[in-house]
Design a protein around this ligand. Structure first.
Ligand code: ADP
Ligand code: ASP
Ligand code: MG
Length: 403
């Protein structure tokens, strides 16, 4: 007998038929003699629909009230799944985030989990109940509902698995695992049997939506082995863990992120302290900066270009325009850009990866605006309109299409 945590995303519970399908997967696991804790997301596009509803009434609604609204999506799915399990004749109990013991900090909209007090879950398991927990939500120190940021249910599942020392943490979704690129968009994307936490963390951070990056960070920290698999096809998925037994692939995956804005400041004074003043100001306002490029000075001036998340583009421009040093200079924000990245632990020792990637982009006739590298990834910033083509060409350069 084992303790198994199973998480089902929005598409896996999108309608009554899918909810019944999930109920069968869960009860099959329970029937084998396991204790089962299930985390579910809101059905289908519910969270997006709730955001639209809020915008109709107040586009600048407070984040507290947004969380109050968005958390309701998961409340619907836990109740429906519990009803489906009751219908199959099994004992079940659904719990909201706070009932399941999720305490978070107070950053509404992207709260971090501080602790999971699993007493209530344990009590229900003691009564032989299958426990269904609402993902994506918790309670802060003011007893207010918080949400964990988009895709946050993955993190809820990992947090439960970590705090209860679960034997298995399965993330069920609408594809059969983690692929070398988004299998819905890239022909020839291949399913990976295994991937390391570090590679998965980079892929998730750089746009592969299949796992939320905070969930991977937490899985790594608490050494929770994850299995990503399909709720629609019963087949082995992808194992995410510390070390893989697979031979090191040069490139494990190719991904794109279109949630990027590029900001350029032209002609800043070519003197010490400029970067500190600009980025210090942005950091003070909690604006995360990604790729940074500073030109070599031309006499008295130089240019600084960097990227931020789209949502922070306009705000960053405003902040910079109010900075003495920058006042009166050209500050340009371009949101029609995308970041395309290759990720793989094997590239550390293979200098040819960068040139192979750049050659593929050249063959696709795509201009590179900026480049950033780390030991296990190379990212380029390009025109948004070229993003899909870039992923396809770069993917084909590393992972040949098997027909
Ligand atoms: P869920 O609702 O189950 O949380 P998501 O929509 O958040 O599911 O994530 C699953 C989707 O992630 C897939 O449908 C797929 O299109 C997308 N995806 C992007 N990159 C990858 C990748 N490298 N491997 C697998 N899926 C990916
Ligand atoms: N329902 C939330 C969202 O759509 C959380 C999740 O799906 O993980 O982002
Ligand atoms: Mg998701």
């Amino acid at each position: 007998m084992a303790l198994i945590v199973q998480k089902f995303g929005g598409s896996s519970v999108a309608n009554a038929e899918r909810v019944m399908n999930v109920a069968r997967i869960v009860t099959d696991t329970y029937k084998e003699g396991n204790d089962v804790v299930v985390v579910v997301s809101a059905q289908g596009d519910t969270t997006d629909d709730l955001i639209d509803k809020a915008k109709e009434i107040n586009p600048t609604a407070s984040k507290r009230e947004m969380d109050m609204l968005l958390a309701s999506g998961e409340q619907i799915s836990i109740a429906l799944l519990a009803m489906a399990i009751e219908k199959l004749g099994y004992p079940v109990c659904s719990l909201l985030g706070w009932q399941a013991g999720f305490s978070t900090n107070s950053v509404y909209g992207s709260a971090r989990i501080k602790k999971v007090n699993a007493e209530r879950i344990k009590l229900e398991i003691g009564k032989k109940n299958i426990v269904i927990v609402a993902g994506f939500q918790g309670l802060n120190k003011y007893d207010d509902i918080t949400t964990l940021g988009r895709g946050g249910s993955d993190t809820s599942a990992v947090a439960i698995a970590a705090s209860m020392h679960a034997d298995r943490c399965q993330i069920f979704t609408d594809v059969e695992g983690v692929y070398t690129a988004d299998p819905r968009k890239v022909k020839g994307a291949q399913k990976l049997n295994e991937i390391t936490y570090d590679e998965m963390l980079e892929l998730a951070t750089l746009g592969a939506q299949v796992l939320n990056n905070r969930s991977v960070e937490m899985a790594k920290k608490y050494n929770v082995t994850l299995e990503v698999l399909s709720s629609l096809v019963r087949a082995p998925g992808t194992i995410v863990k510390e070390v893989t037994t697979m031979e090191k692939m040069l490139v494990r995956g190719v991904t794109k992120d279109t949630d990027v804005a590029r900001i350029s400041i032209i002609g800043v004074p070519n003197v010490p302290g400029i970067a500190y003043k600009i980025f210090g100001k942005l950091a003070a306002k909690n604006i995360n900066v990604d790729i940074i490029l500073q030109s070599v000075g031309r006499g008295d001036t130089k240019d600084i270009t960097f990227t931020v998340a789209k949502a922070h583009g306009e705000e960053a421009v405003e902040i910079l325009k109010n900075l003495d040093l920058v006042a009166g200079l050209d500050v340009v924000c371009d949101t029609e850009v995308a970041k395309v990245s290759v990720v793989g632990a094997g590239m550390e020792t293979h200098p040819a990866v960068a040139s192979t990637m750049f050659e593929a982009l050249f063959e696709a006739d795509i201009n590179i605006q900026m480049i950033a590298t780390s030991e296990i990834k190379i990212s380029v910033l390009i025109d948004a309109k070229d993003a899909d083509k870039a992923v396809e060409y770069v993917h084909n350069a590393f992972i040949p299409v098997i027909s």
